[in-house]
Design a protein around this ligand. Structure first.
Ligand code: GLC
Length: 725
């Protein structure tokens, strides 16, 4: 795969970097490996100008705005001996100013092009504001929705996450060999297995087999690196006892040795200093030695590399070669993106923020992310069917509060004043209806909830249909926001039950950063849809779906738990020797809960229906270097336009290590008008069946297998036996 690292432009940049490196002092070198700025842990912005003369500042994070970055850059270049401009980086996770659906929501589109596009626009807006580097994509596999950062990634599946990882990198960096204007460097994070934190508790230990590490958590990073990701961020937590930030096996042997990564590694925030509380480093100097020697090239938070690397080199504990390799990788990327030649950004370019084109992209992305879980036929609320009717809209997130909270966490420099609320969107889309809005209650309990809930119930009882919006505030997921209970907070449950008790049909919209427990509502509401946190255009997207302008086409990328006690829960689990088949008491099950999720990975409804016809598989035998081709016709058999997601799952029935009961190995989203059909071809290579055995050898084993062509991970309508020979 061609990318920025295997190009003539890179080689030229590298040569220029080598020439510059020869002129640099030790302080200037460690400066290039030191990032400063207003981290998310502090509000006071500092520019560390006292560091400029010695060239000790190589990069900033979270500085906002073209004029602001230019001002700091001018001061820095004026004061430093060598004119090496600083990298400006930020957490452009799902938008810079125009805010797109959270990454988890985007993954539910099952359309990597959605993410490529949103990352491309995010990069353009960030670039116009002086940013050259984003701490994104976050590609941590997450199997535990108690972990708040599940909202930042692309769900529980390795294959799907890998496709979105490469799409994000291409969106940010472009898919060519050069870094063109309006493109910024990506950063694959958090390396690695951050989502495997025990108990779903952020920053907690990840303790997992090397097989799982390599087969489940590593491939999304490899996909992004193959796509040319310029940087990688080390994760905070310890992996099997060695913190990632100081883990030479992970940062050097695997990342550079096995994955062939050529960029540079940055620590996450306090990751280097935290080697001390981890009990891995004795003091800060020891932490710097361990981190830098492991392969953590740049420190995100301040001076420790400036302060201690010179001493460590003097003591021979870090070599000049190690230092120069790290500095060279940073300088090369500064040359490659044009920063060395044009250190200032055009201050006229910020007029693209929230422009119609970007807001339209935000809406169309959001429309593909909603996951319809239940529908008794009440949806869509087409304008012709609901003309003159009264539609109750209930919930704080449907009104003004939603302008803020439906932007989601990590929304960078979003502006809720540009958010289209669900109420605003619905009043436009259902203009012939009477929309009766009432707050009902907020996300957290308030003293007057009983009053506002009663008001909402009274107003709703006089309407023809009730749309209730519940979920989470933006700040309830994301970093340091693990939850021990995934049920609805505050008095939301009471609100829903009271609305159901009116006897009017309730359409329940769930707006959250993470999967929540929706079990009490599944069989009581007329419809239920996950709308996640969809960003600036949420109101128009949700209204278009409710009004039937577009069919929902999202499918789950995380298993939805029946109760919190089920997590971690994921579809690609092993079978155990006692699968829960209900044959006798001694099975792998719970006394008090089913083991299947409420809704499985891959599940999602549409307003229409689809048939998979003429499914053919090229052979029932596959050599270890061979492949199978699966073709089928997908037909829209309903009355609405919509999109089907064709999913290819496999199972290796017998292996030297037990294999998952199902693994996604291909998918394609197909948009079809009513009655239309299209041919789809998927390919399964024998290499897709490879895994790391107990001895950590990557193997493809002969034996019997199955494949399914499905509309959800629990759909086994089409099953096919094949054999690897
Ligand atoms: C945080 C996050 C990381 C983010 C960084 C800079 O601690 O873990 O994802 O990029 O700090 O804000």
């Amino acid at each position: 795969m061609s990318n920025i690292f295997n190009s003539s432009a890179y080689n030229e940049a590298r040569k220029r970097a080598e020439d510059l490196l020869k002129k640099m002092t030790l302080a200037e070198k460690t400066g290039q490996l030191s990032q400063f700025g207003t981290s998310i842990y502090s509000d006071d912005e500092q520019t560390f100008s006292d560091h400029f003369a010695e060239g000790k500042v190589g990069s900033y994070l979270t500085i906002k705005g073209a004029s602001h970055t230019n001002s700091i850059q001018r001061d820095l270049l004026k004061a430093t001996r060598l004119p090496i401009p600083a990298f400006f980086a930020d957490d452009v996770i799902h938008g810079y100013r125009t805010t797109f659906p959270t990454p988890l929501a985007q993954s539910c589109s099952w359309n990597p092009e959605v993410t490529r596009k949103t990352c491309e626009i995010s990069a353009k807006e960030a670039y116009r504001a002086g940013i050259k580097w984003t701490f994104s994509p976050m590609v941590d596999i997450a199997r535990d929705p108690r972990w708040g950062r599940i909202m930042e990634g692309y769900g529980e599946d390795t294959y799907l996450c890998s496709r979105f990882s490469e799409a994000a990198v291409k969106g940010y960096q472009g898919d060519g060999e050069k870094m063109e204007k309006d493109h910024i460097y990506a950063c694959m994070k958090h390396y690695i297995a951050y989502g495997a934190c025990i108990g779903g508790r952020d920053y907690n230990t990840s303790d997992l087999s090397l097989q799982t590490l390599h087969d489940v958590y590593l491939p999304p990073f490899k996909a992004g690196i193959d796509a040319g990701a310029a940087t990688v961020m080390a994760s905070f937590q310890d992996v099997n006892g060695v913190p990632s930030t100081g883990n030479k096996y992970l940062l050097t042997d695997v990342l550079r040795g096995q994955l062939g990564f050529n960029g540079f590694v940055v620590s996450d925030a306090g990751g280097v200093v935290e080697l001390i509380p981890h009990g891995f480093a004795e003091d800060l100097k020891d932490a710097v030695r361990l981190a830098f020697d492991a392969g953590c090239d740049m420190i995100m938070a301040g001076d420790p590399y400036n302060d201690f690397l010179p001493k460590l080199i003097e003591e021979g504990k870090i070599t000049t070669e190690q230092l120069d390799r790290a500095v060279l990788s940073v300088l090369t990327l500064k040359f490659l993106c044009g920063l060395m030649d044009e250190p200032l950004v055009d201050e006229e370019g910020e007029d693209c923020f929230f422009c119609d084109e970007h807001m339209t992209a935000a809406r169309t992305a959001a429309e593909e992310c909603a996951v319809l879980l239940e529908n008794n036929g009440i949806l869509p609320l087409t304008p012709e069917n609901y003309k003159g009717k009264r539609v109750a809209l209930v919930g704080s997130l449907a009104g003004y509060d939603g302008k803020v909270h439906l932007l989601g966490g990590w929304s960078c420099l979003s502006d809720h004043n540009h958010t289209v609320s669900i109420e605003e969107g619905l009043r436009k889309a259902l203009s012939d209806c009477e929309i009766v809005y009432s707050r009902g209650c907020g996300i957290t309990a308030a003293d007057n909830d009983n009053i506002t809930i009663a008001e909402a119930v009274k107003a709703s009882a006089e309407c023809d249909v009730i749309i209730a919006v519940v979920g989470e505030e933006a700040g309830m997921s994301g970093e340091a926001n693990s939850r021990s209970d995934l049920t609805l907070t505050g008095n939301q449950h009471e609100l829903i039950e009271s609305l159901i008790a009116t006897g009017k049909p309730v359409v329940l919209l769930v707006a959250s950063g993470r999967p929540l427990v929706l079990t009490p509502y599944k069989d009581k509401v007329a419809a239920m849809m996950l709308i996640w946190q969809m960003g600036s255009a949420v109101g128009d997207a949700v209204a278009n779906i409710l009004a039937g302008t577009v069919s929902p086409s999202g499918h789950l990328t995380t298993s939805m738990p029946v109760c919190t006690g089920q997590v971690p829960i994921y579809y690609n689990h092993t079978n155990t020797g006692r699968p829960a088949l209900g044959r006798w008491p001694f099975e792998s099950k719970y006394r008090d809960c089913q083991i299947a999720p409420l809704y499985p990975f891959g599940y999602g409804m549409s307003y229409t229906t689809f048939s998979f016809e003429n499914i053919t598989v090229s052979d029932n035998k596959m050599a270890k270097d061979g492949k199978l081709t699966i073709t089928l016709t997908v037909r829209n058999t309903g009355n609405f336009g919509g999109a089907s997601v064709v999913q290819l799952y496999v199972r290796d029935l017998v292996g030297s290590c037990v294999r998952p009961v199902k693994e996604l190995k291909g998918f394609e989203k197909v948009f079809l008008k009513s009655g239309e059909c299209k041919s789809v071809t998927l390919t399964l290579s024998a290499s897709d069946m490879a895994f790391h055995n107990f001895n950590m050898e990557k193997v493809i084993e002969a034996g019997k297998c199955k494949l399914w062509i499905s509309q959800s991970s629990d759909d086994e309508a089409f099953e096919f036996d094949f054999e690897i020979i």
